[in-house]
Design a protein around this ligand. Structure first.
Ligand code: MF3
Ligand code: CO
Ligand code: CO
Length: 259
Protein backbone atom coordinates (compact mmCIF):
# COMPACT_ATOMS: atom_id res chain seq x y z
CA UNK A 1 0.00 0.00 0.00
CA UNK A 2 1.11 3.52 -0.73
CA UNK A 3 2.38 5.63 2.13
CA UNK A 4 -0.01 8.50 2.76
CA UNK A 5 1.15 12.07 2.27
CA UNK A 6 -0.72 14.21 4.80
CA UNK A 7 -2.13 17.61 3.86
CA UNK A 8 -1.72 20.74 5.98
CA UNK A 9 -4.98 20.33 7.85
CA UNK A 10 -4.14 16.72 8.71
CA UNK A 11 -0.61 17.67 9.78
CA UNK A 12 -1.97 20.36 12.11
CA UNK A 13 -4.43 17.88 13.63
CA UNK A 14 -1.83 15.13 14.07
CA UNK A 15 0.58 17.66 15.61
CA UNK A 16 -2.03 18.63 18.20
CA UNK A 17 -2.76 15.02 19.10
CA UNK A 18 0.95 14.21 19.24
CA UNK A 19 1.63 17.11 21.60
CA UNK A 20 -1.20 15.96 23.82
CA UNK A 21 0.23 12.42 23.91
CA UNK A 22 3.61 13.84 24.93
CA UNK A 23 2.01 15.91 27.66
CA UNK A 24 0.39 12.76 29.07
CA UNK A 25 3.85 11.24 29.53
CA UNK A 26 4.97 14.42 31.30
CA UNK A 27 1.85 14.53 33.51
CA UNK A 28 2.37 10.91 34.61
CA UNK A 29 5.90 11.49 35.94
CA UNK A 30 4.71 12.40 39.43
CA UNK A 31 2.71 9.17 39.72
CA UNK A 32 5.52 6.85 38.69
CA UNK A 33 6.81 6.11 42.19
CA UNK A 34 7.29 2.99 44.32
CA UNK A 35 4.01 1.63 45.67
CA UNK A 36 1.75 2.87 42.87
CA UNK A 37 0.18 0.23 40.66
CA UNK A 38 0.33 0.37 36.89
CA UNK A 39 -3.49 0.41 36.96
CA UNK A 40 -3.42 3.59 39.06
CA UNK A 41 -1.11 5.23 36.51
CA UNK A 42 -3.42 4.02 33.73
CA UNK A 43 -6.41 5.64 35.42
CA UNK A 44 -4.55 8.96 35.83
CA UNK A 45 -3.65 8.84 32.14
CA UNK A 46 -7.22 8.15 31.06
CA UNK A 47 -8.61 10.95 33.22
CA UNK A 48 -6.09 13.40 31.72
CA UNK A 49 -6.77 12.27 28.14
CA UNK A 50 -10.55 12.61 28.57
CA UNK A 51 -10.17 15.99 30.33
CA UNK A 52 -8.37 17.23 27.22
CA UNK A 53 -11.20 16.22 24.90
CA UNK A 54 -9.39 13.19 23.51
CA UNK A 55 -9.67 9.40 23.56
CA UNK A 56 -7.18 6.63 24.14
CA UNK A 57 -6.43 4.65 20.98
CA UNK A 58 -5.32 1.58 22.92
CA UNK A 59 -8.45 1.14 25.06
CA UNK A 60 -10.46 -1.61 23.37
CA UNK A 61 -7.94 -1.90 20.55
CA UNK A 62 -7.97 -5.33 18.94
CA UNK A 63 -5.44 -5.06 16.17
CA UNK A 64 -2.94 -7.65 17.36
CA UNK A 65 -4.67 -9.99 19.76
CA UNK A 66 -8.00 -11.68 19.95
CA UNK A 67 -8.77 -10.00 23.29
CA UNK A 68 -9.21 -6.20 23.05
CA UNK A 69 -6.50 -4.28 24.91
CA UNK A 70 -7.87 -3.16 28.31
CA UNK A 71 -5.49 -0.27 29.05
CA UNK A 72 -5.66 3.44 28.20
CA UNK A 73 -1.85 3.19 28.00
CA UNK A 74 0.63 0.32 27.81
CA UNK A 75 2.71 -0.17 30.97
CA UNK A 76 5.71 -2.42 30.37
CA UNK A 77 7.87 -3.23 33.41
CA UNK A 78 11.44 -4.63 33.36
CA UNK A 79 11.51 -7.69 31.05
CA UNK A 80 8.29 -6.65 29.30
CA UNK A 81 9.20 -5.42 25.82
CA UNK A 82 5.86 -3.77 24.97
CA UNK A 83 2.06 -4.05 25.25
CA UNK A 84 2.15 -4.52 29.02
CA UNK A 85 -1.41 -4.47 30.37
CA UNK A 86 -2.00 -2.13 33.35
CA UNK A 87 -2.80 -4.21 36.43
CA UNK A 88 -2.39 -4.43 40.21
CA UNK A 89 1.43 -4.75 40.06
CA UNK A 90 3.00 -2.29 42.52
CA UNK A 91 6.08 -0.50 41.22
CA UNK A 92 9.16 -1.00 43.38
CA UNK A 93 12.57 0.58 43.76
CA UNK A 94 14.88 -0.53 40.94
CA UNK A 95 12.15 -1.22 38.36
CA UNK A 96 12.17 0.32 34.91
CA UNK A 97 8.82 1.17 33.35
CA UNK A 98 7.81 2.09 29.82
CA UNK A 99 4.58 3.99 29.31
CA UNK A 100 3.25 4.14 25.74
CA UNK A 101 0.37 6.49 24.99
CA UNK A 102 -1.59 6.91 21.79
CA UNK A 103 -4.22 9.65 21.71
CA UNK A 104 -7.08 10.33 19.30
CA UNK A 105 -7.88 14.04 19.18
CA UNK A 106 -10.46 15.27 16.63
CA UNK A 107 -9.91 11.96 14.82
CA UNK A 108 -6.10 12.33 14.60
CA UNK A 109 -3.59 9.93 16.21
CA UNK A 110 -0.37 10.75 18.10
CA UNK A 111 1.88 8.00 19.50
CA UNK A 112 4.84 8.23 21.91
CA UNK A 113 6.53 6.34 24.71
CA UNK A 114 9.40 6.71 27.13
CA UNK A 115 11.16 5.05 30.06
CA UNK A 116 10.73 5.88 33.75
CA UNK A 117 13.27 4.70 36.32
CA UNK A 118 11.69 3.83 39.69
CA UNK A 119 13.92 5.08 42.51
CA UNK A 120 17.50 3.87 42.23
CA UNK A 121 18.10 1.59 39.26
CA UNK A 122 21.09 -0.61 38.45
CA UNK A 123 23.88 0.57 36.15
CA UNK A 124 22.83 -2.17 33.68
CA UNK A 125 19.33 -0.74 33.57
CA UNK A 126 20.55 2.84 33.17
CA UNK A 127 22.96 1.89 30.39
CA UNK A 128 20.17 0.07 28.54
CA UNK A 129 17.89 3.10 28.82
CA UNK A 130 20.63 5.45 27.61
CA UNK A 131 21.48 3.28 24.60
CA UNK A 132 17.79 2.90 23.69
CA UNK A 133 17.25 6.67 23.80
CA UNK A 134 20.30 7.03 21.57
CA UNK A 135 18.87 4.41 19.18
CA UNK A 136 15.79 6.57 18.68
CA UNK A 137 18.01 9.62 18.09
CA UNK A 138 20.03 7.64 15.52
CA UNK A 139 16.82 6.62 13.75
CA UNK A 140 15.52 10.20 13.81
CA UNK A 141 18.78 11.37 12.25
CA UNK A 142 17.97 9.27 9.16
CA UNK A 143 14.66 11.08 8.64
CA UNK A 144 14.85 13.38 5.62
CA UNK A 145 13.33 13.48 2.16
CA UNK A 146 14.92 11.04 -0.28
CA UNK A 147 16.43 8.78 2.37
CA UNK A 148 15.19 5.17 2.47
CA UNK A 149 13.34 3.60 5.38
CA UNK A 150 15.78 0.68 5.59
CA UNK A 151 18.51 3.03 6.76
CA UNK A 152 16.64 3.65 10.01
CA UNK A 153 16.82 -0.01 11.00
CA UNK A 154 20.29 -0.47 9.61
CA UNK A 155 21.78 2.32 11.74
CA UNK A 156 19.86 1.37 14.90
CA UNK A 157 20.83 -2.29 14.63
CA UNK A 158 24.48 -1.48 13.97
CA UNK A 159 24.68 0.78 17.02
CA UNK A 160 22.72 -1.41 19.46
CA UNK A 161 24.36 -4.70 18.48
CA UNK A 162 27.73 -2.97 18.74
CA UNK A 163 26.88 -2.44 22.41
CA UNK A 164 26.00 -6.13 22.77
CA UNK A 165 22.22 -5.66 22.89
CA UNK A 166 19.42 -7.47 21.05
CA UNK A 167 17.15 -5.46 18.74
CA UNK A 168 13.50 -6.56 18.70
CA UNK A 169 12.40 -7.32 15.12
CA UNK A 170 8.93 -8.74 15.85
CA UNK A 171 7.45 -5.25 16.48
CA UNK A 172 8.00 -2.20 14.27
CA UNK A 173 7.37 1.51 14.00
CA UNK A 174 4.55 2.46 11.65
CA UNK A 175 2.81 5.15 9.67
CA UNK A 176 0.39 6.98 11.96
CA UNK A 177 -2.02 9.90 12.02
CA UNK A 178 -5.29 9.15 10.27
CA UNK A 179 -5.25 5.63 11.71
CA UNK A 180 -3.33 3.95 14.53
CA UNK A 181 -1.19 1.75 12.31
CA UNK A 182 -0.65 2.77 8.68
CA UNK A 183 1.99 1.89 6.10
CA UNK A 184 4.93 1.68 6.15
CA UNK A 185 6.27 -0.76 8.71
CA UNK A 186 9.38 0.89 10.12
CA UNK A 187 11.73 -1.89 11.14
CA UNK A 188 14.45 -1.29 13.73
CA UNK A 189 16.73 -3.80 11.99
CA UNK A 190 17.62 -3.86 8.32
CA UNK A 191 19.79 -3.44 5.30
CA UNK A 192 21.36 -0.23 4.13
CA UNK A 193 19.67 1.58 1.22
CA UNK A 194 16.58 -0.61 1.08
CA UNK A 195 12.90 0.24 1.34
CA UNK A 196 10.80 3.13 0.13
CA UNK A 197 11.99 6.72 0.07
CA UNK A 198 10.80 9.31 2.58
CA UNK A 199 8.80 12.26 1.26
CA UNK A 200 7.55 15.51 2.84
CA UNK A 201 4.15 14.97 4.45
CA UNK A 202 4.80 11.38 5.53
CA UNK A 203 4.19 10.78 9.25
CA UNK A 204 5.40 7.67 11.05
CA UNK A 205 6.84 6.44 14.34
CA UNK A 206 10.26 5.13 15.24
CA UNK A 207 10.07 3.08 18.44
CA UNK A 208 13.11 0.87 19.00
CA UNK A 209 12.78 -1.91 21.59
CA UNK A 210 16.24 -2.87 22.81
CA UNK A 211 16.98 -5.93 24.96
CA UNK A 212 19.79 -6.51 27.42
CA UNK A 213 20.02 -10.08 26.11
CA UNK A 214 18.42 -11.92 23.20
CA UNK A 215 16.13 -10.14 20.71
CA UNK A 216 13.35 -12.74 20.76
CA UNK A 217 10.09 -12.28 22.60
CA UNK A 218 7.33 -14.44 24.04
CA UNK A 219 3.73 -13.25 24.18
CA UNK A 220 1.84 -14.00 27.37
CA UNK A 221 -0.80 -16.61 26.64
CA UNK A 222 -3.04 -15.52 29.49
CA UNK A 223 -3.68 -12.01 28.14
CA UNK A 224 -2.60 -12.34 24.52
CA UNK A 225 -0.69 -9.02 24.71
CA UNK A 226 2.23 -8.77 27.14
CA UNK A 227 5.46 -9.33 25.18
CA UNK A 228 8.42 -10.42 27.31
CA UNK A 229 12.06 -11.07 26.49
CA UNK A 230 12.63 -14.79 25.93
CA UNK A 231 15.50 -14.79 28.42
CA UNK A 232 13.65 -12.53 30.91
CA UNK A 233 16.39 -9.91 30.78
CA UNK A 234 15.51 -6.21 30.69
CA UNK A 235 14.05 -4.37 27.71
CA UNK A 236 13.66 -0.63 27.02
CA UNK A 237 11.82 1.49 24.42
CA UNK A 238 11.41 5.11 23.31
CA UNK A 239 9.02 6.33 20.59
CA UNK A 240 8.34 9.53 18.69
CA UNK A 241 5.85 10.47 15.97
CA UNK A 242 7.81 12.10 13.14
CA UNK A 243 6.79 14.32 10.19
CA UNK A 244 9.04 14.48 7.12
CA UNK A 245 9.40 18.16 6.11
CA UNK A 246 10.91 19.64 2.91
CA UNK A 247 14.24 20.07 4.66
CA UNK A 248 14.30 17.31 7.25
CA UNK A 249 11.81 16.37 9.92
CA UNK A 250 9.73 17.62 12.79
CA UNK A 251 9.39 15.50 15.92
CA UNK A 252 5.71 15.95 16.62
CA UNK A 253 5.88 14.32 20.06
CA UNK A 254 9.12 15.96 21.20
CA UNK A 255 7.36 18.73 23.07
CA UNK A 256 10.09 19.09 25.68
CA UNK A 257 12.98 19.40 23.25
CA UNK A 258 14.77 16.27 24.38
CA UNK A 259 15.90 15.37 20.84
N1 MF3 B 1 1.30 2.31 21.06
C1 MF3 B 1 1.78 1.05 20.55
C2 MF3 B 1 2.60 1.39 19.34
O1 MF3 B 1 3.50 2.15 19.50
C3 MF3 B 1 0.69 0.09 20.21
C4 MF3 B 1 -0.08 -0.36 21.38
S1 MF3 B 1 -1.31 -1.40 20.86
C5 MF3 B 1 -2.03 -1.89 22.30
O2 MF3 B 1 2.38 1.00 18.23
F1 MF3 B 1 -3.16 -2.40 21.99
F2 MF3 B 1 -1.23 -2.72 22.91
F3 MF3 B 1 -2.21 -0.87 23.08
CO1 CO C 1 3.70 3.19 17.75
CO1 CO D 1 3.21 3.64 20.94
Amino acid sequence: MAIKIKNQKQIDGIRKSSRLAASVLKYLEEFVVPGNTTKFINDKALEYILDHGAKSATLGYGGHGSVPFSGAVCTSVNEVICHGVPNQYELKDGDILNIDVTTILDGYFGDTCKMYPIGDISKNAQDLIDVTRECLAIGVNECKPGNRFGNIGYEIQRFAEGKGYGVVWQFCGHGVGLKFHEDPEVSHVGQKNTGKRMKPGMIFTIEPMINEGVAECIIDRSDGWTARTRDRKLSAQFEHTILITPDGRELLTDVYGEY
